[in-house]
Ligand binder design. Structure first.
Ligand code: ZN
Length: 416
């Protein structure tokens, strides 16, 4: 890079992180890189590695209080692991060798979420170099978010719970933006509940149905009822709970055999109007009423969470408006509910950023139950998990300024 170009510390760190081949759950040196940067500016590092997963808990305290954590406690959270890149030949450049083309940085993890991590680290560096803080600033970084997510943030959250540590705020650096940086923040996520259902029958000859018990025939009316059920109506923050079948299988392959079993895999994405236990009970009621013999194996991968307006969201909105509000171009808002009536320049800021609760799960589901207000703020998410994943270089330093703006508002004695 030529000397006259402005220094771009977020870009440099994002490139270094993308260069680490950190396929879940392999951290591949990312946390060591981040940890070295944080310890240089006064963070205490604690490694909470578990079952091959790298977990870094790093804290910067405004005063030494032994093992006590000073409040407010604000956590910057994220993951270093990435999903597999897919076929190398379909990428325009090596997914683990960051490449810049036309002002865009390409590489696996560019958006999900190594840019977010780099922006957070640089935000902490700038903040602590310029001002004293009150309370505690912490990083919670794991290498197990894209996988089974059992030994990552979930594990660290459990340790924090055992220590009686209650965070006040958490920012997860997942790619939350929709069309322009900061146009959308995630303030909640639906819960996820799944089930492997085995319906038990009795195998036999199709010509002698009375000597067999067809599990497909038993399952289908019950399944039709489950598919047609309205589980709840959603609420102002969430769409209604959805039930989806992902796998269905039965049959021996022969056309003259009634199978002995049928298997069904289904998943609920549920909102705060329903509970996992309530949904399970309702499913069992349907199955029992239809007289099925079955084995149900449930998995619950996350409670829904919702952060309503509080200090964190206020700080996030103010920081985002401060950074992107000076843009000459008004963000396009045609897909944003609530923004359709906004026409005059300047007024768009009132409904900006959009509060979003859709999409899949994230590690916020493990942090929110500790008692924290949680938001997800990160780069544009349209390329995550895809071939040629990317992030706009201009967005990197601005994302870091947004994080810094939130930290200043919540952690510096002279709040804005
Ligand atoms: Zn992610």
């Amino acid at each position: 890079m030529a000397d006259d170009l402005p220094s771009r510390p977020v870009l440099d760190l994002a490139r270094a992180l993308i260069g680490c081949r950190s396929l879940t759950p392999d951290d591949a040196g990312c946390c060591a890189l981040i940890g070295a940067r944080l310890s240089r500016i006064g963070f205490q590092l604690e490694w909470m590695n578990c079952e091959g997963v790298t977990n870094l808990w790093a804290t910067y305290r405004s005063e030494d209080r032994g093992n006590d954590v000073a409040h407010p406690l604000l956590i910057l959270a994220g993951h270093t692991d990435v999903v597999p890149p897919g076929p190398r030949e379909r990428w325009a450049s090596d997914p683990f060798q960051p490449e810049i083309r036309d002002g865009v940085l390409y590489g696996r993890g560019a958006a999900d979420m190594k840019s977010g991590l780099a922006a957070m680290v640089c935000a902490a560096e700038r903040l602590l170099a310029s001002t004293p803080i009150r309370g505690t600033l912490a990083f919670l970084i794991t290498s197990d978010e894209e996988g089974i997510a059992q030994y990552g943030t979930k594990h660290v959250a459990q340790v924090l719970r055992e220590r009686g540590i209650v965070p006040d705020y958490a920012i997860v650096g997942e790619a939350s933006s929709h069309q322009t940086l900061g146009d959308r923040i995630v303030v909640g996520r639906r819960g996820s509940l799944g089930c492997n259902l085995r319906v038990l029958g009795k195998q036999g000859h199709v010509a002698y149905p009375l000597k067999a018990d067809n599990p497909i025939h038993r399952l289908t009316p019950a399944l039709a009822e489950l598919v047609a059920t309205q589980w709840d109506s959603g609420n102002a923050q969430f769409p209604p709970t959805s039930f989806q079948v992902s796998n269905i299988h039965a049959g021996t392959g022969a056309n003259n055999v009634i199978p002995g079993e049928a298997e069904l895999v289904f998943n609920f994405r549920y909102c705060t109007e329903s509970t996992a236990e309530g949904l399970k009970a309702r499913v069992h009621e349907v199955l029992d009423r239809h007289g099925l013999k079955y084995e149900a194996s449930w998995w619950h991968s996350g409670e829904p969470f919702l952060t309503l307006n509080g200090a964190l969201i206020a700080a996030a909105e103010a920081a985002i408006r401060e950074v992107v509000g000076s843009d000459t171009n008004e963000p396009r808002a045609e897909n944003s509910p609530g923004n359709s009536a906004v026409h005059s320049p300047g007024h768009w800021l009132e409904n900006f950023p959009e509060h979003f609760t859709g999409g899949g799960t994230s590690d916020a589901r493990f942090i929110a139950p500790l008692g924290a207000e949680v938001v997800e703020i990160g780069p544009i998410n349209d390329s995550i998990h895809k071939i040629d994943e990317h992030v706009r270089i201009d967005d990197l330093e601005r994302l870091s300024l947004i994080y810094e703006g939130v930290l200043r508002r919540l952690l510096t004695p002279l709040q804005h």
